[in-house]
Design a protein around this ligand. Structure first.
Ligand code: FAD
Length: 268
């Protein structure tokens, strides 16, 4: 067995309770699987201080994926961090929490690694070397057991279904920085905090550049304070042009390169 890799998205200087549950189950599972290495990738912002604390919980290796972005890391970035860690460590089992943003992370990661996943597990055990994954099905009216025939086996754990026990052997964890591949330009979900408009943020910048934005009333509701709106849209009748001080009708793929080139020239 090549060991167990845990994936945890964190922010700030506190480990979430779900990370402790994940580590505790990881310690137990790594032992049952024959003592393979237990590693964790922590993905987030301002997480440097957290690495060393994980050794106390029984983790051997910590990969720190520290985001430098001003906003919280996007799900796409966290996915890239998890994929990079999985490819580097080649674990046999990957565990993560089935909650919040990580609900999407598990299936996306399994797809990227071309392997199987069982989500929302409530118990794990090893039987004759096989990982048996238990989860409630049919709305909780039945309990099913699964195995995964591909490797690595990705399993997401239901929060609070697993106890965070004391680490049997606290140790000095080996802490390394993980380089996350550049995900700029990748298409993916972003947090609602990045949305501008009725349900998103209200902004009031000096310059607001919209690229391929139609100008729906729900979006306009968030930008009424913007002093100069510049719109790039290939539809000359797009509503956004009613609110734009400057507008360019055309394909952004042609317009943006010339636009950024001119900006660079002006900035010297
Ligand atoms: C209750 C409610 C709340 C909502 N809250 C918000 C909110 O807070 N913020 C928000 O933004 N939306 C909100 N919406 C959604 C809103 O109604 C619109 O659906 C959304 O704003 C449309 O986003 P869009 O302009 O990116 O996409 P679309 O309306 O699909 O427009 C895409 C535009 O891109 C242009 N385009 C496409 N390809 C190119 C190209 N190659 N070059 C140049 N132009 C191109 C098209 O001509 C089109 O005008 C809300 C909706 C509801 C019902």
């Amino acid at each position: 067995m090549a060991g167990v890799l845990l994936i945890s998205e964190v922010s700030g200087d506190q480990l979430p309770a779900t990370t402790a549950e994940l580590v505790s189950e990881g310690v137990r599972l790594a032992q049952q699987l024959g003592g393979g290495a237990l590693s964790i990738v922590l993905a987030g912002k301002n997480i440097q201080a957290l690495g060393s604390t994980l050794g106390q919980l029984g983790v051997e290796k910590v990969l720190l994926a520290e985001s430098q972005a001003p906003t919280p890391p996007s799900p796409q970035w966290v996915l890239s961090a998890a994929e990079a860690a999985a490819k580097q460590l080649q674990p046999d089992v990957i565990l993560l929490t089935h909650a919040g943003g990580t609900r999407d992370l598990g299936p996306s990661l399994a797809y990227r690694l071309n392997t199987g996943i069982v989500t929302d597990s409530t118990a794990l055990r090893v039987d004759s070397g096989d990982l048996i994954i238990t989860k409630p099905v049919f709305g909780g009216s039945a309990i099913a057991e699964f195995t995964i025939s591909t490797s690595p086996k990705v399993v997401s754990l239901r929060p609070r279904a697993f106890e965070s026990a004391e680490a049997p052997t606290p140790r000095e964890a080996q802490v390394e920085a993980l380089t996350v591949p550049d995900t700029d330009g990748a298409i993916g979900w972003v947090p609602p905090s990045l949305q501008v408009g009725l349900t998103g943020a209200t902004v009031a910048p000096d310059l607001y550049i919209t690229i391929g934005i139609s100008g729906a009333v729900q979006h306009i509701a968030g930008i009424s304070g913007a002093r100069n709106v510049v719109a790039i849209n290939r539809d000359a009748d797009a509503n956004i042009f009613k609110y734009a001080r400057y507008g360019v009708v055309g394909d952004w793929k042609q317009i943006l390169p010339a636009f950024t080139q001119r900006l660079k020239e002006l900035r010297g």
